[in-house]
Design a protein around this ligand. Structure first.
Ligand code: ADP
Ligand code: 5GP
Length: 211
């Protein structure tokens, strides 16, 4: 059966391992998944490239994208704008790819409101102490930014109950497989199978009319 791709949102505290997980998923299943590259006003970290991790834009450019309705959603996170460009998501879903959005909670809830068939997955490390270890171990933020992100994590935890699934990212390989299975299961949900249901109803009517 021909089926359009679905939207899968992966959220979680900064330092939970979302970026690592998503990269591993794309490596493992390159034909199946497309990762949406977000626009942001935050500065690139060392090693990040424009167009690969993010489209790094000015505040003015970002506000123009909002005004032109070029974004599926956007949010402010620890002082910067982050948003999902619409055109890429639409193209890839039409081409049958499952599109992964690695975005924070406010954006995730907006996407779910707009597209109710979206799968919302929340990724967490096994403990808060492990979160702090990963955030510090990554070595990409200042002490102040690390503390802001940990404070934000405490606020974000309040919204975990809005997600469809919670995944503990302990062993990376296991977590990649679990996300893959969840997305594949989402394809089989009755809500997302309306075209197939309509088709088989028509066929059954035709057959029963013969008898
Ligand atoms: P996020 O994108 O959620 O902010 P990252 O993918 O940058 O998080 O991961 C944060 C740090 O934790 C990185 O240094 C990464 O290598 C490490 N990490 C990710 N997943 C695991 C895991 N399952 N076990 C141990 N360390 C991990
Ligand atoms: P970071 O600065 O660590 O790359 O990202 C900070 C937070 O912004 C993360 O929780 C990340 O998932 C989120 N984020 C990245 N892109 C987007 C986006 O397009 N929209 C929203 N709402 N959040 C995003």
């Amino acid at each position: 059966m021909e089926q359009k791709g679905i939207l899968a949102v992966i959220s979680g505290f900064s330092g939970a391992g979302k970026g690592t997980l998503v990269r591993a998923m794309l490596d493992a299943y390159p034909e199946q998944y497309a990762l949406s590259v977000s626009a942001t006003t935050r500065r690139p970290r060392q090693g990040e490239e424009h167009g690969r991790e993010y489209f790094f834009v000015s505040k003015d450019d970002f506000e123009e994208m909002i005004a032109k309705e070029d974004l599926v959603e956007y949010a402010c996170y620890v002082g910067n704008y982050y948003g999902t460009p619409k055109s890429y998501v639409e193209e890839q879903m039409k081409a049958g790819k499952d599109v992964i959005l690695e975005i924070e909670i406010q954006g995730a809830l907006k996407v779910k409101e707009r597209f109710p068939d979206t799968l919302l997955v929340f990724v967490t490390p096994p403990s808060a102490a492990e979160l702090e270890r990963r955030l510090r171990g990554r070595g990409t933020e200042t002490e102040e930014a690390i503390q802001n992100r940990l404070k934000r994590a405490a606020e974000e935890a309040e919204f975990m109950g809005h997600y469809d699934y919670l995944l503990v990212n302990d062993k990376l390989k296991v977590c990649v497989q679990e996300i893959h299975e969840l997305i594949q299961a989402q394809h089989k949900r009755i809500r997302g199978s309306r075209d197939f249901i309509d088709k088989i109803k028509r066929e059954l009517r035709r057959i029963s009319d013969k008898y």
